[in-house]
Design a binder for this molecule. Structure first.
Ligand SMILES: [Ca+2]
Length: 359
């Protein structure tokens, strides 16, 4: 997408796909000015890759950078995967390598039974990619970028929350300079959802509960898109197959990486994959797809329920406790799954056409 003609073709294709008005996705940076500024903090990861493509091809988004963290794999692998994804899909943004261990305790082993030995469902990925990471560590990249655009940047975090917590520790004032924070993480008991890596804990929070507690406690606004809603957004095999037929190279890639993921779910007794990280992107794109509840959030940081997320609803009175003096945050408690799937499908189909037009 480097010349005017292809940009025009792209806009036409998006209009044909029902996405308008359109000025942003996959266009050069100058054309994206005025879009909503986002840093994507991620641990790719199959569903992270699905989310990054969704984010990249959404109208009205100005992706400022990708920061890597550990979680779905060790940070060496998630960073390589992030670099591979931006290179392969011509996403012209820096990738800053993040931290590899939690603030407290250890990480590992990586869940290769969910995301494959290479973190991307074992589709062929080169060991090394030509694109090099930004020289700054992820949390410094976040600080610099937020300070360069005060009040404008959304942090969209879909892995362990460690980079965000390190940014806060290094420069607490950035909390007041960030537009908002959207995370995929947590589980608050709606529809029986309490955890996926333990009966009490969701994976992104469980990977660094201390970091998550600091992120929820900072004076910025966090919206948690947790298992309460992501477990309600299934992507059946027929839906993914249709994407592979309708969305060009982008759809084929999503189909390829989800074969391993789907197998994991099926072995676990679930017929379909869940749309975890892309649901957080959907919240950014259209919050009206979700219902939320407000209140301070704490994270359990040790013991049997390590990683459990607990909100004190603003609508309820309790005696003094550990939630006091903490900011009111939002958690997602319901979602229009069908509309979310439609938005994802439209966006990925438009992206597939855009990528073909750019070649
Ligand atoms: Ca993730």
């Amino acid at each position: 997408m480097t010349d005017l003609l292809s940009r025009r073709q792209f806009s036409g294709l998006l209009a044909a796909a029902g996405l308008a008005p359109f000025t942003a996705a996959a266009a050069p940076k100058a054309a994206m000015a005025g879009g909503r500024k986002v840093i994507f903090d991620t641990d790719p990861g199959i569903d992270d890759a699905m989310a990054l493509l969704f984010l990249h091809y959404l109208p009205g988004i100005e992706l400022l950078g990708v920061t890597s963290t550990f979680g779905n794999h060790v940070v060496d692998v998630t960073t390589r995967n992030a670099l591979y994804l931006v290179e392969r899909f011509k996403i012209d943004v820096p990738v800053a390598r993040g931290v590899g261990i939690p603030l407290v305790g250890d990480y590992g082993p990586p869940p290769v039974y969910v995301h494959g030995q290479n973190g991307l469902g074992d589709v062929p990925v080169p060991d090394q990619v030509a694109t090099k990471p930004d020289p700054r560590p992820a949390h410094k990249f976040i600080i610099d970028t937020v300070r360069a655009h005060p009040g404008e940047v959304t942090l969209l975090a879909v892995g362990s929350m460690t980079n965000l917590a390190l940014a806060l520790r290094d420069d607490p004032d950035i909390a007041g300079l960030v537009k908002d924070v959207i995370i995929m993480g947590g589980a608050f008991g709606y529809f029986g959802n309490l955890g996926n890596v333990t009966p009490a804990s969701e994976a992104n929070i469980h990977d660094d509960p201390t970091a998550a507690d600091e992120v929820f406690g900072a004076k910025w606004h966090v919206t948690a898109v947790g298992l309460d809603v992501t477990h309600r957004v299934e992507m059946p095999q027929d839906y993914l197959r249709a994407l592979s037929q309708e969305a060009g190279e982008v759809g084929k890639f999503i189909w390829d990486i989800t074969r391993f993921y789907e197998n994991f779910y099926r072995k676990s007794g679930m017929p379909n994959i869940f749309c975890h990280d892309a649901s957080a992107v959907a919240y950014l794109a259209d919050p009206s797809l979700f219902k939320t509840r407000s209140g301070a959030v704490r994270v359990v940081t040790d013991g049997l329920a390590n990683g459990q997320t607990i909100q004190k609803p603003d609508s309820r009175k309790f005696p003094p406790g550990a939630w006091d003096s903490r900011p009111s945050q939002s958690i997602c408690i319901d979602v229009d799954a069908e509309k979310l799937r439609q938005l994802y499908r439209r966006t990925i189909i438009a992206g597939g056409k855009a990528l073909a037009a750019a070649k």
